[in-house]
Ligand binder design. Structure first.
Ligand code: OOG
Ligand code: NI
Length: 318
């Protein structure tokens, strides 16, 4: 053991080699996310204070522009290089999006900390805008920024962990043009590769909050606004994947040309994965993550995307 790891307590992956680096990169992405999104930070602090200071993250999500090499691949390469496996594809024809998800390396160690250094490495969910299906005006703006960014598409993970766009700051009018056609496109123009959300795995909590319905109720009673699109709780047809999320925080963004405006930033999600029917006789203490419902659900995801939409973000009351 290197003594460096012991003295290095805040950035604290105790794991050696590639996995330690992976976990530290994820920690950096989370640092950027927590600094920008006070609601996500407050929710994490609250849940940890009442339940368990060691949280498991179910997944992390990112958004991209599917053009000029800036699509899913601009982040997937990093995760594949660090042992992730590509799994299913999800299609969202109305939103003109597609997504791929990735499962963590099977041989990863059980982290001794929380979140990115927690017992399980998170799944990764990366989506992309089908840019060629956008209007010519919108395509022109997206191409202007992605083309001007050189080989920035090769450094999505680096940009995400630094909290930096790989392209220049857009004009407010360009943001508005994108928002009029796709709120996802406008979000991606100003947030780039930033972490879109982390998802707390509720079934690994210890108190009554492990039941996502109770967690939702607790969060709403504590004053947090949850995404109500299609109902607060999103349930897969088999009933085994249940999800909810907060409404995204807004941050003030300095556009080029001198305008500063509030734009949607990131949110936090919650997921409860129930035990698969073939394992329902296992003792609670014997149940591992692989005994539970895996994957994502397109109809639920479609609603969760709305966590950054104007309709949800500017909603007043519940
Ligand atoms: C992703 C929305 C979908 C899930 O878990 O199904 C999602 C996004 O908002 O970029 O997170
Ligand atoms: Ni998600």
């Amino acid at each position: 053991y290197s003594s460096q790891n012991e003295s290095h307590s805040q950035r604290s992956s105790s794991v050696q080699g590639g996995e330690g680096f992976l976990r530290d990169v994820l920690e950096s992405m989370q640092e950027v996310y927590l600094k920008r999104n006070p609601t996500a930070k407050a929710v994490l602090d609250l849940v940890q204070s009442v339940d368990n200071d060691k949280l498991c993250y179910d997944h992390l999500a990112f958004r991209t522009f599917g053009v000029n090499g800036y699509g899913i691949d601009s982040l997937a390469g990093f995760f594949l290089d660090y042992g992730y496996t590509q799994r299913g594809e999800l299609k969202f024809p109305q939103k003109k999006l597609r997504a791929l998800w990735f499962s963590p390396p099977a041989d990863s160690t059980s982290g001794t900390g929380s979140g990115m250094n927690g017992p399980l490495l998170p799944r990764i969910f990366i989506s992309e805008l089908l840019v060629d299906q956008m209007s010519p005006q919108t395509q022109e703006i997206i191409k202007k920024y992605t083309e001007s960014a050189g080989n920035g598409n090769k450094y999505g993970a680096l940009a995400s962990s630094l909290g930096h766009l790989t392209w220049g700051k857009p004009l407010y009018s360009e943001f508005q043009q994108l928002a009029s056609e796709s709120e996802y496109a406008a979000w991606t123009l100003v947030n780039g590769h930033a972490l879109n959300h982390v998802t707390i795995s509720t079934h690994w909590l210890k108190t009554h909050l492990r039941d996502i319905k109770k967690l939702n109720q607790f969060l709403e009673e504590s004053g947090f606004r949850l995404n109500s699109e299609g109902g607060v709780l999103k349930v897969s047809p088999d009933g085994l994947l249940q999800q909810s999320s907060t409404v995204a925080d807004s941050v003030s963004f300095q556009f080029s040309g001198g305008i500063t405006e509030s734009v949607p930033c990131s949110y936090i999600e919650f997921a409860e994965r129930l035990v698969l029917p073939q394992y329902e006789n296992l003792l609670h203490t014997e149940v591992k993550e692989f005994h539970r419902r895996d994957g994502f659900e397109v109809a639920s995801a479609d609603k969760i995307f709305e966590s950054t939409s104007k309709g949800q973000v500017s909603r007043v009351g519940s």
